[in-house]
Design a protein around this ligand. Sequence first.
Ligand code: GAR
Length: 191
Amino acid sequence: RTKLAVFASGNGSNFQALYDATQDGRLDAEIVLVITDKPSAFVLERAKQAEVSAFSFNPRDYESKQAYESMLVEKLEEAGVEWLVLAGFMRLIGPVLLTAYENRIVNIHPSVLPAFPGKDAIGQTLAAGAEMAGVTVHFVDEGMDTGMIIAQRSFPVNGQNRETVERKIHDIEHQLYPESLQQLFSRQQSV
Ligand code: GAR
């Protein structure tokens, strides 16, 4: 089973969806570590409930991104992590992690990329009066939400309010992320 680390900064509903999928057989992988840059993030509570090891750090305690990423690479390698799965991790990944996990870092983003990268993508989508909202799963590169697209799902906004759009996006995410990771990992194993 592919060993994953999930990176999250907040609620962790995507961590939960991925974890649940590993438990009921939809995702043939094991989440061995949760990493957060926010020591108060609710994802830590979820990790504890799930009995998944978690590590939280405050980037401010480190001299540079390079310094905390080197520390993370050590933890990740120690835990035998093979893939990094970003799920609401609100920080750009730098060269140290990108090199250590080349082509093995994925992210989920709440817009139909390349439209609306960056923060508050749902707010951006609604403010722009876009016709479609949606979700993208993609590889991570050095840019902001610019890596190769793995899967995408969209739906018409149709004047729905933020709460409704947000709920639909989360519902899609919770299905799409485990599904596309399962496909990705099974493809990898067969090459
Ligand atoms: C998700 O909607 C995810 O797509 C988004 O943060 C939310 C995290 O929710 N990620 C980004 O905006 C990344 N740029 P969660 O903590 O409940 O999984």
